[in-house]
Design a binder for this molecule. Structure first.
Ligand SMILES: C[S@@+](CC[C@H](N)C(=O)[O-])C[C@H]1O[C@@H](n2cnc3c(N)ncnc32)[C@H](O)[C@@H]1O
Length: 171
């Protein structure tokens, strides 16, 4: 399985890539991982990644262009790793709740691209055009999607066959 996270804070993902069963599985090549920062795809001097929402609304959202390019780069990496169709998930308070059944379903996909929102979320046009599903981790709101994305990753990775055999995975 290949996983890419699109995040303004890639270093946070050391928590899942460098510790425990997820690290062992990563070292064994059971999953591949890349955390990609939309800021690296900005072209202005300030490396700006936020803007007012298209069509109006409160606060700021993540700009669409850097996210589109980060997504394209993630799809390309996964294609090179043999994934024909990457499944794009946006962690969002508006999404359907993460359940064990959802974790099982996601663990059977060859490629996941996980979008971590910040500010008031991501540009709605990106959700409409590129996101396959929105998943919520609970009925509360955090300041960003990174911790929630790692919760989803942990729930999925422990279900991969090697992990499941060693840790007698159940509900
Ligand atoms: C401050 S929140 C955005 C809140 C915004 N008012 C909304 O309702 O989407 C910033 C980001 O954190 C993530 N997030 C926060 N709470 C979440 C939850 N319960 N489930 C999934 N993602 C969440 C999302 O990626 C969201 O874009």
């Amino acid at each position: 399985m290949q996983i890419d996270a699109i995040t303004l804070f890639p270093d946070m993902f050391a928590s899942i890539a460098r510790f425990g069963i997820s690290q062992r599985a990563l070292d064994l090549g059971l999953w591949g991982f890349h955390a990609r920062n939309p800021r690296d795809f900005t072209v202005d001097n300030y490396h700006r990644v936020d803007d007012r929402p298209y069509g109006g609304g409160p606060g700021m959202v993540m700009l669409i262009e850097p996210l589109q390019q980060a997504l394209a780069a993630a799809r390309q990496r996964q294609q090179q790793a043999g994934v024909a169709n990457s499944h794009v998930v946006y962690l969002s308070p508006q999404g359907r709740g993460l359940t064990h059944a959802k974790a099982v379903e996601l663990s059977q996909r060859p490629g996941l691209i996980l979008l971590c929102g910040r500010y008031e979320g991501i540009d709605e046009r990106l959700i409409q055009s590129q996101v396959d599903e929105e998943v919520s981790i609970g009925d509360y709101v955090l300041s960003g999607g990174e911790l929630l994305t790692m919760v989803l990753m942990d729930a999925v990775i422990r279900l991969l066959p090697w992990c499941a055999q060693r840790y007698s995975v159940g509900l």
